[in-house]
Design a binder for this molecule. Structure first.
Ligand SMILES: Nc1ncnc2c1ncn2[C@@H]1O[C@H](COP(=O)(O)OP(=O)(O)OP(=O)(O)O)[C@@H](O)[C@H]1O
Length: 371
Protein backbone atom coordinates (compact mmCIF):
# COMPACT_ATOMS: atom_id res chain seq x y z
CA UNK A 1 0.00 0.00 0.00
CA UNK A 2 2.77 2.39 0.90
CA UNK A 3 6.07 2.74 -0.91
CA UNK A 4 7.64 4.59 2.01
CA UNK A 5 10.70 3.36 3.80
CA UNK A 6 10.27 2.90 7.50
CA UNK A 7 12.90 4.09 9.90
CA UNK A 8 12.30 3.08 13.48
CA UNK A 9 14.91 4.33 15.96
CA UNK A 10 13.55 3.23 19.30
CA UNK A 11 14.87 1.03 22.07
CA UNK A 12 13.73 -2.58 22.03
CA UNK A 13 11.61 -2.01 25.17
CA UNK A 14 9.76 0.87 23.65
CA UNK A 15 9.34 -0.17 20.02
CA UNK A 16 6.90 -3.06 20.60
CA UNK A 17 4.47 -1.13 22.84
CA UNK A 18 4.61 1.95 20.56
CA UNK A 19 3.83 -0.13 17.47
CA UNK A 20 1.03 -1.94 19.32
CA UNK A 21 -0.60 1.36 20.33
CA UNK A 22 -0.28 2.78 16.82
CA UNK A 23 -1.61 -0.36 15.16
CA UNK A 24 -4.63 -0.34 17.46
CA UNK A 25 -5.61 2.95 15.81
CA UNK A 26 -7.61 1.73 12.83
CA UNK A 27 -7.67 4.10 9.88
CA UNK A 28 -11.33 4.23 8.84
CA UNK A 29 -10.54 4.62 5.13
CA UNK A 30 -7.80 2.00 4.84
CA UNK A 31 -9.58 -0.37 7.24
CA UNK A 32 -6.30 -1.30 8.93
CA UNK A 33 -4.13 -0.25 11.83
CA UNK A 34 -1.69 2.61 11.16
CA UNK A 35 1.34 0.29 11.28
CA UNK A 36 -0.02 -2.49 9.07
CA UNK A 37 -1.31 0.13 6.63
CA UNK A 38 2.29 1.34 6.27
CA UNK A 39 1.53 4.85 7.52
CA UNK A 40 4.09 4.93 10.35
CA UNK A 41 7.32 5.82 8.58
CA UNK A 42 9.55 7.22 11.30
CA UNK A 43 9.85 6.76 15.04
CA UNK A 44 12.53 8.28 17.25
CA UNK A 45 13.04 9.68 20.74
CA UNK A 46 14.45 13.16 21.23
CA UNK A 47 15.05 13.34 24.95
CA UNK A 48 11.69 12.32 26.41
CA UNK A 49 9.74 13.33 23.31
CA UNK A 50 8.51 10.62 20.96
CA UNK A 51 8.81 11.82 17.37
CA UNK A 52 6.36 10.13 15.06
CA UNK A 53 6.02 10.60 11.30
CA UNK A 54 2.85 9.41 9.60
CA UNK A 55 2.62 9.31 5.81
CA UNK A 56 -0.87 8.61 4.50
CA UNK A 57 -1.32 7.13 1.01
CA UNK A 58 -4.52 9.13 0.57
CA UNK A 59 -5.26 12.81 1.29
CA UNK A 60 -6.91 13.36 4.69
CA UNK A 61 -5.58 16.62 6.14
CA UNK A 62 -8.87 17.33 7.92
CA UNK A 63 -8.46 14.10 9.92
CA UNK A 64 -4.94 14.69 11.24
CA UNK A 65 -5.95 16.45 14.47
CA UNK A 66 -8.43 13.70 15.42
CA UNK A 67 -5.89 10.94 14.75
CA UNK A 68 -3.20 12.67 16.79
CA UNK A 69 -5.71 13.14 19.63
CA UNK A 70 -6.58 9.43 19.41
CA UNK A 71 -3.05 8.06 19.54
CA UNK A 72 -1.40 10.49 21.95
CA UNK A 73 -2.89 9.40 25.33
CA UNK A 74 -1.77 5.77 24.88
CA UNK A 75 1.75 6.80 23.92
CA UNK A 76 2.00 9.21 26.87
CA UNK A 77 1.12 6.30 29.15
CA UNK A 78 4.40 4.55 28.21
CA UNK A 79 7.32 4.81 30.57
CA UNK A 80 9.87 7.39 29.48
CA UNK A 81 7.53 9.18 27.05
CA UNK A 82 6.66 12.65 28.31
CA UNK A 83 5.63 14.27 25.04
CA UNK A 84 4.56 13.17 21.57
CA UNK A 85 5.30 15.10 18.41
CA UNK A 86 3.39 13.76 15.45
CA UNK A 87 4.11 14.87 11.87
CA UNK A 88 1.37 13.66 9.52
CA UNK A 89 1.54 14.13 5.75
CA UNK A 90 0.25 12.63 2.51
CA UNK A 91 2.06 11.00 -0.37
CA UNK A 92 0.16 9.45 -3.26
CA UNK A 93 1.66 6.22 -4.52
CA UNK A 94 2.79 6.17 -8.14
CA UNK A 95 0.27 4.65 -10.47
CA UNK A 96 1.71 6.18 -13.64
CA UNK A 97 0.34 3.96 -16.34
CA UNK A 98 1.21 6.71 -18.83
CA UNK A 99 4.23 6.22 -21.01
CA UNK A 100 7.06 8.35 -19.74
CA UNK A 101 7.82 11.45 -21.74
CA UNK A 102 4.14 12.22 -22.29
CA UNK A 103 2.29 15.15 -20.73
CA UNK A 104 0.71 12.78 -18.23
CA UNK A 105 4.12 11.85 -16.93
CA UNK A 106 3.65 14.36 -14.12
CA UNK A 107 0.25 12.93 -13.15
CA UNK A 108 0.09 10.09 -10.64
CA UNK A 109 -3.58 9.13 -10.99
CA UNK A 110 -6.22 9.92 -13.58
CA UNK A 111 -9.76 9.49 -12.23
CA UNK A 112 -12.76 9.45 -14.58
CA UNK A 113 -16.04 10.85 -13.29
CA UNK A 114 -18.75 9.39 -15.49
CA UNK A 115 -22.50 8.95 -15.71
CA UNK A 116 -24.64 6.81 -17.95
CA UNK A 117 -27.22 9.57 -18.27
CA UNK A 118 -26.92 13.35 -18.77
CA UNK A 119 -27.93 15.93 -16.20
CA UNK A 120 -27.44 13.81 -13.08
CA UNK A 121 -24.81 16.16 -11.62
CA UNK A 122 -21.64 14.56 -12.99
CA UNK A 123 -19.80 17.88 -13.53
CA UNK A 124 -20.94 19.18 -10.15
CA UNK A 125 -19.53 16.02 -8.56
CA UNK A 126 -16.29 16.14 -10.58
CA UNK A 127 -15.59 19.77 -9.59
CA UNK A 128 -16.39 19.28 -5.92
CA UNK A 129 -14.45 16.01 -5.79
CA UNK A 130 -11.40 17.74 -7.31
CA UNK A 131 -11.65 20.64 -4.85
CA UNK A 132 -12.20 18.29 -1.90
CA UNK A 133 -9.12 16.22 -2.81
CA UNK A 134 -7.14 19.50 -2.95
CA UNK A 135 -8.55 20.67 0.40
CA UNK A 136 -7.41 17.35 1.89
CA UNK A 137 -3.83 18.11 0.82
CA UNK A 138 -3.46 16.70 -2.72
CA UNK A 139 -2.22 18.41 -5.89
CA UNK A 140 -5.18 18.23 -8.23
CA UNK A 141 -6.17 19.04 -11.78
CA UNK A 142 -9.47 18.76 -13.62
CA UNK A 143 -10.06 18.11 -17.30
CA UNK A 144 -13.47 19.00 -18.64
CA UNK A 145 -14.01 16.29 -21.25
CA UNK A 146 -17.75 16.91 -21.36
CA UNK A 147 -17.43 17.93 -24.95
CA UNK A 148 -21.06 18.70 -25.72
CA UNK A 149 -21.66 20.81 -22.64
CA UNK A 150 -18.37 22.01 -21.13
CA UNK A 151 -19.68 23.54 -17.90
CA UNK A 152 -16.50 23.53 -15.84
CA UNK A 153 -15.31 27.03 -16.90
CA UNK A 154 -18.56 28.43 -15.46
CA UNK A 155 -18.56 26.19 -12.40
CA UNK A 156 -15.03 27.30 -11.52
CA UNK A 157 -15.85 30.95 -12.20
CA UNK A 158 -13.47 31.36 -15.16
CA UNK A 159 -15.76 31.39 -18.25
CA UNK A 160 -13.53 33.86 -20.11
CA UNK A 161 -10.17 32.19 -19.46
CA UNK A 162 -8.08 31.88 -22.63
CA UNK A 163 -5.19 29.44 -22.27
CA UNK A 164 -1.75 30.49 -23.56
CA UNK A 165 0.76 28.28 -25.30
CA UNK A 166 4.17 28.99 -23.76
CA UNK A 167 6.10 26.93 -26.35
CA UNK A 168 3.76 26.74 -29.34
CA UNK A 169 3.21 23.01 -28.63
CA UNK A 170 1.56 22.82 -25.25
CA UNK A 171 -1.40 24.60 -23.70
CA UNK A 172 -1.21 26.05 -20.21
CA UNK A 173 -3.87 24.99 -17.70
CA UNK A 174 -5.83 27.54 -15.68
CA UNK A 175 -5.02 27.82 -11.96
CA UNK A 176 -8.19 28.36 -9.96
CA UNK A 177 -9.32 27.67 -6.36
CA UNK A 178 -6.00 25.85 -5.84
CA UNK A 179 -6.40 23.36 -8.70
CA UNK A 180 -5.28 23.23 -12.36
CA UNK A 181 -8.09 23.20 -14.92
CA UNK A 182 -8.41 22.60 -18.64
CA UNK A 183 -11.53 22.60 -20.79
CA UNK A 184 -12.35 22.45 -24.44
CA UNK A 185 -14.76 25.23 -23.51
CA UNK A 186 -11.71 27.54 -23.11
CA UNK A 187 -10.76 26.91 -26.74
CA UNK A 188 -13.89 26.47 -28.81
CA UNK A 189 -17.58 27.25 -28.57
CA UNK A 190 -20.07 24.54 -27.56
CA UNK A 191 -21.78 24.94 -30.95
CA UNK A 192 -18.54 24.03 -32.77
CA UNK A 193 -18.15 20.84 -30.74
CA UNK A 194 -21.71 19.59 -31.22
CA UNK A 195 -21.06 18.75 -34.88
CA UNK A 196 -18.09 16.52 -34.03
CA UNK A 197 -18.66 12.83 -34.50
CA UNK A 198 -17.39 10.20 -32.04
CA UNK A 199 -13.83 9.57 -33.26
CA UNK A 200 -13.18 13.27 -33.84
CA UNK A 201 -14.45 14.20 -30.39
CA UNK A 202 -12.42 11.44 -28.69
CA UNK A 203 -9.34 12.50 -30.70
CA UNK A 204 -9.74 16.15 -29.71
CA UNK A 205 -10.11 15.22 -26.05
CA UNK A 206 -7.09 12.93 -25.88
CA UNK A 207 -5.10 15.61 -27.68
CA UNK A 208 -6.21 18.22 -25.15
CA UNK A 209 -5.33 15.89 -22.30
CA UNK A 210 -1.89 15.13 -23.69
CA UNK A 211 -1.01 18.63 -24.86
CA UNK A 212 -1.92 20.43 -21.67
CA UNK A 213 1.04 21.48 -19.61
CA UNK A 214 -0.12 19.83 -16.39
CA UNK A 215 1.84 20.68 -13.27
CA UNK A 216 2.91 17.83 -10.95
CA UNK A 217 -0.42 16.31 -9.90
CA UNK A 218 -1.47 13.58 -7.50
CA UNK A 219 -4.90 13.35 -9.13
CA UNK A 220 -6.30 14.49 -12.45
CA UNK A 221 -10.10 14.31 -12.39
CA UNK A 222 -11.63 13.86 -15.84
CA UNK A 223 -15.24 14.99 -16.22
CA UNK A 224 -16.31 12.51 -18.91
CA UNK A 225 -19.04 13.19 -21.48
CA UNK A 226 -22.34 11.66 -20.30
CA UNK A 227 -23.30 8.26 -21.68
CA UNK A 228 -21.54 5.06 -22.64
CA UNK A 229 -21.10 5.45 -26.38
CA UNK A 230 -18.05 5.45 -28.65
CA UNK A 231 -16.45 8.60 -27.24
CA UNK A 232 -16.62 7.33 -23.68
CA UNK A 233 -15.34 3.89 -24.62
CA UNK A 234 -12.46 5.33 -26.67
CA UNK A 235 -11.51 7.70 -23.86
CA UNK A 236 -11.60 4.90 -21.29
CA UNK A 237 -9.24 2.89 -23.47
CA UNK A 238 -6.89 5.69 -24.50
CA UNK A 239 -6.53 7.53 -21.23
CA UNK A 240 -4.49 5.73 -18.56
CA UNK A 241 -7.22 5.71 -15.93
CA UNK A 242 -6.49 4.61 -12.37
CA UNK A 243 -10.20 4.34 -11.61
CA UNK A 244 -13.69 5.61 -12.31
CA UNK A 245 -16.41 7.17 -10.18
CA UNK A 246 -19.97 6.74 -11.43
CA UNK A 247 -22.53 9.44 -10.67
CA UNK A 248 -26.23 8.62 -10.70
CA UNK A 249 -29.52 9.81 -9.31
CA UNK A 250 -31.75 7.24 -7.58
CA UNK A 251 -34.27 7.17 -10.47
CA UNK A 252 -34.71 3.85 -12.29
CA UNK A 253 -33.80 5.33 -15.66
CA UNK A 254 -30.57 6.89 -14.38
CA UNK A 255 -29.69 3.66 -12.56
CA UNK A 256 -30.15 1.60 -15.70
CA UNK A 257 -27.66 3.89 -17.46
CA UNK A 258 -25.29 3.89 -14.48
CA UNK A 259 -25.14 0.07 -14.75
CA UNK A 260 -24.02 0.45 -18.37
CA UNK A 261 -21.26 2.77 -17.15
CA UNK A 262 -20.06 0.25 -14.56
CA UNK A 263 -20.05 -2.53 -17.16
CA UNK A 264 -18.16 -0.35 -19.67
CA UNK A 265 -15.33 0.41 -17.23
CA UNK A 266 -15.18 -3.19 -16.04
CA UNK A 267 -14.87 -4.32 -19.67
CA UNK A 268 -11.82 -2.13 -20.24
CA UNK A 269 -10.33 -3.16 -16.87
CA UNK A 270 -10.67 0.21 -15.20
CA UNK A 271 -11.54 -0.29 -11.51
CA UNK A 272 -14.86 1.30 -10.55
CA UNK A 273 -13.97 3.09 -7.31
CA UNK A 274 -17.60 3.57 -6.39
CA UNK A 275 -20.92 5.26 -6.94
CA UNK A 276 -22.02 8.73 -5.94
CA UNK A 277 -25.77 9.07 -5.57
CA UNK A 278 -26.62 12.67 -6.37
CA UNK A 279 -29.97 14.37 -5.66
CA UNK A 280 -30.50 11.48 -3.28
CA UNK A 281 -32.85 13.28 -0.89
CA UNK A 282 -34.33 16.69 -0.24
CA UNK A 283 -34.67 18.35 3.14
CA UNK A 284 -37.54 20.86 3.28
CA UNK A 285 -36.09 24.24 4.27
CA UNK A 286 -39.36 25.11 6.08
CA UNK A 287 -40.08 22.01 8.18
CA UNK A 288 -36.90 19.90 7.89
CA UNK A 289 -38.85 16.95 6.44
CA UNK A 290 -36.59 14.62 4.46
CA UNK A 291 -38.02 13.17 1.25
CA UNK A 292 -36.74 11.21 -1.75
CA UNK A 293 -38.07 12.93 -4.90
CA UNK A 294 -36.24 10.48 -7.23
CA UNK A 295 -36.79 7.35 -5.17
CA UNK A 296 -34.78 5.86 -2.33
CA UNK A 297 -31.77 3.54 -2.13
CA UNK A 298 -31.23 3.07 -5.89
CA UNK A 299 -27.50 3.86 -5.67
CA UNK A 300 -27.03 1.46 -2.74
CA UNK A 301 -28.80 -1.33 -4.62
CA UNK A 302 -26.65 -1.12 -7.75
CA UNK A 303 -23.54 -0.69 -5.61
CA UNK A 304 -24.43 -3.97 -3.89
CA UNK A 305 -25.33 -5.72 -7.11
CA UNK A 306 -22.03 -4.80 -8.82
CA UNK A 307 -20.00 -5.06 -5.61
CA UNK A 308 -18.68 -1.55 -5.77
CA UNK A 309 -18.78 0.89 -2.85
CA UNK A 310 -21.44 3.55 -2.47
CA UNK A 311 -19.13 6.51 -1.89
CA UNK A 312 -21.78 8.93 -0.68
CA UNK A 313 -25.18 10.51 -1.22
CA UNK A 314 -25.70 14.21 -1.88
CA UNK A 315 -28.94 16.08 -1.25
CA UNK A 316 -30.91 17.88 -3.92
CA UNK A 317 -30.22 21.34 -2.58
CA UNK A 318 -30.73 24.84 -3.93
CA UNK A 319 -27.39 26.01 -2.47
CA UNK A 320 -25.47 23.40 -4.48
CA UNK A 321 -26.87 24.72 -7.76
CA UNK A 322 -26.49 28.38 -6.75
CA UNK A 323 -22.87 27.85 -5.70
CA UNK A 324 -22.06 26.14 -9.03
CA UNK A 325 -23.80 28.89 -11.02
CA UNK A 326 -21.76 31.54 -9.18
CA UNK A 327 -18.48 29.80 -9.96
CA UNK A 328 -17.78 29.26 -6.25
CA UNK A 329 -18.51 25.56 -5.56
CA UNK A 330 -19.58 24.78 -2.00
CA UNK A 331 -16.35 22.95 -1.14
CA UNK A 332 -14.50 26.29 -1.42
CA UNK A 333 -17.35 28.70 -0.64
CA UNK A 334 -18.82 26.82 2.36
CA UNK A 335 -15.97 24.64 3.65
CA UNK A 336 -17.76 23.90 6.93
CA UNK A 337 -21.11 22.93 5.40
CA UNK A 338 -22.65 19.48 5.64
CA UNK A 339 -22.47 19.09 1.85
CA UNK A 340 -18.73 19.85 1.90
CA UNK A 341 -18.27 17.19 4.59
CA UNK A 342 -19.96 14.67 2.26
CA UNK A 343 -17.69 15.62 -0.66
CA UNK A 344 -14.61 15.45 1.61
CA UNK A 345 -15.61 11.99 2.79
CA UNK A 346 -16.06 10.90 -0.84
CA UNK A 347 -12.62 12.37 -1.69
CA UNK A 348 -10.95 10.43 1.12
CA UNK A 349 -12.70 7.23 0.04
CA UNK A 350 -11.59 7.73 -3.57
CA UNK A 351 -7.99 8.43 -2.50
CA UNK A 352 -7.96 5.40 -0.18
CA UNK A 353 -9.51 3.13 -2.84
CA UNK A 354 -6.75 4.14 -5.26
CA UNK A 355 -4.11 3.56 -2.60
CA UNK A 356 -5.29 0.03 -1.85
CA UNK A 357 -5.81 -0.87 -5.52
CA UNK A 358 -2.12 -0.29 -6.24
CA UNK A 359 0.31 -3.15 -6.27
CA UNK A 360 1.89 -3.62 -2.86
CA UNK A 361 5.32 -2.09 -2.70
CA UNK A 362 8.20 -3.79 -0.97
CA UNK A 363 8.36 -2.15 2.40
CA UNK A 364 11.83 -1.90 3.81
CA UNK A 365 11.98 -1.50 7.54
CA UNK A 366 15.11 -0.36 9.30
CA UNK A 367 15.04 -0.71 13.07
CA UNK A 368 17.85 0.76 15.13
CA UNK A 369 18.06 -0.10 18.76
CA UNK A 370 19.00 3.20 20.35
CA UNK A 371 20.10 1.69 23.64
N1 LIG B 1 -27.26 17.93 -5.68
C1 LIG B 1 -27.71 18.93 -6.41
N2 LIG B 1 -28.65 19.79 -5.94
C2 LIG B 1 -29.12 20.81 -6.70
N3 LIG B 1 -28.71 21.06 -7.95
C3 LIG B 1 -27.77 20.25 -8.47
C4 LIG B 1 -27.22 19.16 -7.74
N4 LIG B 1 -26.30 18.53 -8.53
C5 LIG B 1 -26.29 19.20 -9.69
N5 LIG B 1 -27.17 20.22 -9.66
C6 LIG B 1 -27.47 21.17 -10.74
O1 LIG B 1 -28.03 20.39 -11.82
C7 LIG B 1 -27.59 20.90 -13.07
C8 LIG B 1 -26.88 19.77 -13.84
O2 LIG B 1 -25.71 19.44 -13.13
P1 LIG B 1 -24.37 19.03 -13.88
O3 LIG B 1 -24.06 19.97 -14.99
O4 LIG B 1 -23.34 18.79 -12.84
O5 LIG B 1 -24.84 17.65 -14.48
P2 LIG B 1 -24.13 16.73 -15.57
O6 LIG B 1 -24.54 15.35 -15.25
O7 LIG B 1 -22.69 17.03 -15.63
O8 LIG B 1 -24.84 17.25 -16.88
P3 LIG B 1 -24.41 16.99 -18.41
O9 LIG B 1 -25.00 15.71 -18.76
O10 LIG B 1 -25.04 18.16 -19.10
O11 LIG B 1 -22.94 17.01 -18.49
C9 LIG B 1 -26.68 22.08 -12.74
O12 LIG B 1 -27.43 23.26 -12.82
C10 LIG B 1 -26.25 21.84 -11.30
O13 LIG B 1 -25.95 23.04 -10.60
Amino acid sequence: MSSATQDYRLSGDLLGPVLAILDAVIDPYLGRGLVSAGCVTQLAMTGKTLQLTLVYPYPCKSQYAATVAQLTPGLLGLEGVEAVECHPSFQAGNFRTATSGTALDKVKHVIAVASGKGGVGKSTTAVNLALALAAEGARVGILDADIYGPSIPLMLGIPDFKPMSPDGKHIAAAEVHGIAAQSLGFLISAEDATVWRGPMAAGALTQLLNETQWPELDYLVVDMPPGTGDIQLTLSQKVPLSGAVIVTTPQDIALADAKKGIVMFQKVNVPVLGIVENMSFHVCSECGHREHPFGADGGRKIAERYRVPLLGALPLQLQIREAMDKGAPCVVAQPESEVTQIYSDIARKVGAALAVSQPKANISISVTDEE
